[in-house]
Write a protein that binds this ligand. Structure first.
Ligand SMILES: Cc1ncc(COP(=O)(O)O)c(C=O)c1O
Length: 418
């Protein structure tokens, strides 16, 4: 059982990231009846797989020009000019004093947690990518899973309060889907109880809370710039903070504790971002507005379609904020004639690779499942949401035509005729 789950989670995380230059998928038609479904023997709707997302890549010429400069300079890593420019650009954009760029979001989480001196127990949502919990567990800090608000799908501050014990040292909020966690409420809990507060903002680049960019809240915030994220540096991540001392500590930690050429003054690891990643980041920053525009267009198109299908709801983005609209999050009500998992099977047969997210919840993954076999009892909203949510394809390879075709499948399923 455990082995099967491990295999399943490995399979999920090893999904290949297709090249952005792959040909666009074309729907052959829209579906009208159950007989048109590929699961019933009809040809699939798409001739090529439609992925949940494709990497956002900015101006290729600009990237290649930067790559040529890197190769000519011979400065490939270790605080090179692209890295410094990238960190400054990110900090300025977010209005924070410090950006410490890292090789990926997971190492950035680990270094931030260590720099904040988290230990004992730390409260996290279970409904997140497993790296949020693993970053703690990897350092022998115990993740304690709190429940989410069923409407926002973000941490529920009341559940967080209930999980606090004398061993608790911190809270890690997650801005799930780029929608802000309840920052003020979590800050109130942290301040009252003398806890550190950090955010996993892996989904939140380009998003805001009351007009302020995500990245400037709590003691620090962590971004992932993985290829599948709205904004990517191939692999990469960063911790951003207004705390200069914390930033200094993280800079040491990311570089083996080297203070200067041959003086090590701290325990450290290798968390450095390469020049090529920084060059990709600088290039992609120049195209951020285009990435948002494409995602926003797709989100509105899905929204118009899904609003007319009973039993299906799209997680809304607050239009008074900045959003990156990266995730098209579909909630399948128990009243819908077919289950979420059956919807995914039907879509996969049409070559639409919709995915369950963040199923089955960290508390149902190893080692947490063995450590806390009854955790689900105090995580009812996490269990429900994890069983009902699916993420639909978006990004630059998806157009109105693609969305009409995908939603035509959902409409056939809604008719209950399958
Ligand atoms: C919420 C969340 N946290 C952490 C990570 C880990 O980031 P990375 O893949 O850059 O290590 C991811 C994405 O992969 C994520 O979605």
């Amino acid at each position: 059982m455990g082995t099967a789950r491990n295999k399943a989670s490995r399979a999920l995380t090893s999904v290949p990231v297709p090249a952005a230059s792959a040909p666009k998928s074309r729907a052959t038609k829209n579906l009208r009846t159950a007989a048109d479904l590929a699961v019933n023997g009809a040809p699939p709707l798409f001739t090529e797989a439609v992925h949940v997302g494709r990497p956002n890549v900015g101006n290729r010429e600009r990237f290649l020009e930067r790559t040529r400069n890197i190769l000519e300079s011979g400065w490939l890593s270790n605080n090179g000019p692209h890295l410094l420019e990238f960190e400054r650009s990110i900090a300025d954009r977010l209005g924070v004093r410090n950006c410490v760029a890292m090789c990926n979001g997971t190492i950035a989480l680990e270094i931030a947690m260590r720099a904040l001196e988290l230990h004992g127990e730390v409260i996290v949502p279970s409904y997140t990518f497993v790296a949020t919990a693993h970053a703690l567990q990897w350092q022998e800090i115990t993740p304690i899973f709190a429940d989410i608000d069923p409407v926002t799908q973000n941490l529920d501050p009341d559940s967080v309060r209930r999980m606090i014990t004398p061993r608790t040292t911190g809270i890690v909020g997650v801005h799930l889907w780029g929608r802000a966690a309840p920052v003020a409420e979590l800050q109130a809990v942290a301040s009252e109880r003398g806890l550190r507060l950090m955010f996993d903002a892996s989904h939140g680049f380009g998003c805001s809370l009351r007009g302020k960019p995500l990245g400037s809240f709590g003691d620090c915030e962590v971004f992932s710039f993985h290829a599948t994220k709205f904004f990517n540096t191939f692999e990469g991540g960063a911790v951003v903070t207004n705390d200069d001392l914390l930033a200094e500590k993280m800079r040491l930690m990311r570089n083996f504790g080297f203070f200067d050429y041959d003086k090590v003054i701290y325990t450290g690891t290798n968390g450095k971002m390469t020049e090529i990643s920084a060059a990709m980041g600088l290039t992609n920053l120049e195209s951020i507005d285009n990435f948002v525009a494409v995602n926003r267009r797709n989100y509105h198109c899905y929204q118009a379609e899904i609003a007319t299908i009973p039993g299906l709801t799209l997680l809304p983005y607050d239009e008074s904020e900045n959003n990156n609209y990266q995730y098209i999050v579909l909630d399948v009500s128990p009243d819908f004639p077919v289950s979420r998992d059956r919807i995914i099977e039907v879509l996969h047969a049409e070559k639409v690779l919709a995915r369950r997210y963040f199923w089955p919840g960290c508390h149902n993954m190893e080692p947490y499942r063995s450590y806390y076999p009854h955790a689900g009892l105090v995580l009812p909203n996490t269990e429900r949401v994890a069983a009902q949510v699916t993420v639909l394809p978006s990004g630059s390879a998806v157009h109105a035509e693609t969305i009409h075709a995908i939603t035509s499948v959902l409409r056939v399923l809604a008719s209950g005729a399958v």
